[in-house]
Design a protein around this ligand. Structure first.
Ligand code: UN1
Length: 498
């Protein structure tokens, strides 16, 4: 019997229930009768309180020297390292991913802490000559203000870290609104931020429902920036609202990522990549491989290899050591993935393996879906165009490299992409011509590292990138500073021209 965690909001350095007192539950998706945590169903009042607190704290936090701000984040990294196993175990139970992957999720948070902390002693601007004599010109980064961070359940530690850590190093204060499915992971993470000694109000946590708390944050007049990771549909609402209210907004949304396997590829290597990319995290990554674009010369052989490997994958609870694929996150996702199988069949795709809700033995207690390969998919089919977010991969046959790239690009999304080839010319052509924020050569579509920009083109994003130094462009404003030490009025564009 495991204990049920009681999660609370964290506002102004205090753990609080929602003002109106009602609570919700998160459950183990591998054993749906097991309640993992209860959490507050917060309202607009809690949001108001958190925003007021974050605003108040901002006035002093922005003046704390950036290297000192970064030292708090470094300390968060050290604490995450100490609590890595405990957090990973909790994540496996609350979200379902296998333990090895859950450890990777926490590690991504740790990497982000140490990387972001280094920025505290950089945050470089530029100095540049002035067109006037005795005048100095430079650019400096200044914080944006109060940031609302709305995060998904698929990377319940890594993604809040990607957002909160650079935001805080840059001098902003934050309010985290985590996904309803993973409140316990978010609470443990914020406990660690609190234990690192961050001043009250600098980081706040408000649990609740997206349509209530998320919406209130996005609409709040005193929130300066919204960073959102989630579906393109919700992202459209967030983007439109922020447009109307003049907030800075960074959106990370869906993907329909493809891996190309050319006839000259190392097929064993491509197979390892395809299985990991398509079925890792049960396909619930925005970087997941949901299309495999196969050259006709290797299609049959590669499909047989993929079938064999897929048939050996073991579904189970993430917490069990021999699990390859965990459950889907909730009933709605299970139904969504199932409905795409109906669509696939109706469109004429062939289900090579899988295709059903898994219900043998203890699997019936959770939201398990069989790893699924769809063959005979054409680029026009919905299963080749829409994000499924489950363990479903569509095989598309092509006759040339040019056709492979054209089909890879034939999507409304543009997050991740991958090409397996031994031909250097093809590799560089792919790097140039693929329309995506991330391109892997001879590696799967998943596995981005924190010091490189993360994000995508088309409906995947809105022009921003998380992680890397590009995160600083999300969380800072540029200020241009001119210092005139001539002692007289110097009129730009006029006084230095005859
Ligand atoms: C996501 O799917 O939302 O590149 C994030 C990856 C991970 C992050 C995925 N490092 O697959």
């Amino acid at each position: 019997m495991t204990t049920v965690l009681t999660c609370l909001n964290y506002i102004d350095g205090r753990w609080l229930s929602a003002t109106e007192g009602s609570t919700l539950e998160s459950r183990n998706p591998a054993l749906v009768t097991e309640v993992v945590a209860t959490f507050p169903r917060s309202s607009v009042h809690d949001v108001d309180l958190a925003v007021a607190t974050a605003r108040q704290a901002y006035h002093s936090w922005r003046k704390v020297p950036a290297p000192t701000r970064a030292e708090y984040i470094f300390r968060v990294g050290e604490l995450l390292l100490q609590h890595k196993e405990e957090l990973a175990q909790l994540m496996s139970r609350e979200m379902g991913k296998p333990l090895t992957e859950a450890r990777g999720d926490v590690q991504e948070g740790i990497d982000c802490a140490f990387y972001s902390a280094g920025e505290g002693r950089r945050l470089f601007g530029q100095t540049t000559p002035s067109e006037m004599p005795n005048k100095f010109a430079m650019t400096v980064r200044t914080p944006v203000g109060v940031c609302a961070l709305i995060t998904p359940w698929n990377f319940p530690v890594a993604i809040p870290c990607w957002k909160a850590m650079p935001a805080l190093v840059c001098g902003n204060t934050v309010i985290l609104k985590p996904a309803e499915d993973t409140p316990a992971c978010a609470t443990k993470l914020i406990e660690i931020f609190a234990a690192a000694g961050l001043p009250p109000g600098v980081i706040n946590l408000v649990h609740g429902v997206g349509e209530e708390v998320g919406k209130a944050l996005v609409e709040h007049p005193d929130v300066d920036l919204v960073s959102f990771t989630g579906s393109s549909e919700t992202g459209a609402f967030v983007g439109a609202t922020c447009g109307r209210t003049h907030k800075r907004v960074c959106l990370e949304m869906g993907g329909k990522n493809a891996q190309v396997v050319m006839e000259d590829a190392d097929l064993e290597l491509a197979l390892d990549g395809a299985v990991w990319g398509a079925f890792g995290t049960t396909g619930q990554r925005c970087t997941a491989t949901s299309r495999l674009i196969l050259h006709r010369d290797i299609k049959e052989k590669f499909t047989a290899m993929l079938y064999k490997r897929t048939s050996k994958l073991r579904l189970g609870a993430g917490i069990e050591a021999d699990t390859d694929i965990g459950p889907l996150i909730n009933e709605a996702q299970l139904q969504r993935v199932s409905s795409y199988l109906d669509i696939a069949r109706a469109e004429g795709a062939k289900v090579l393996i899988g295709g059903k809700i898994a219900s043998e033995g203890s699997l019936k207690n959770g939201y398990f879906f069989q790893p699924t390969i769809l063959d005979g998919v054409t680029p026009q089919m919905r299963v080749a165009r829409e994000e499924i977010f489950g363990p479903v991969v569509a095989l598309i046959e092509v006759s040339s490299f040019a056709e492979a790239i054209a089909i890879l690009n034939n999507t409304n999304y543009g997050l991740s992409s991958s090409v397996y080839t031994r031909d250097i010319n093809r590799a560089f052509t792919a790097m140039r011509d693929i329309e995506a924020g991330i391109t892997y050569i001879n590696g799967p579509t998943i596995g981005a590292e924190v010091h490189l920009p993360f994000g995508g083109v088309k409906n995947t994003g809105n022009g921003h990138r998380e992680a890397g130094t590009t995160a600083l462009d999300v969380f800072t404003e540029w200020k241009s500073v001119y210092v005139d030490f001539s002692g007289s009025l110097q009129r730009a564009q006029i006084d230095n021209r005859s």
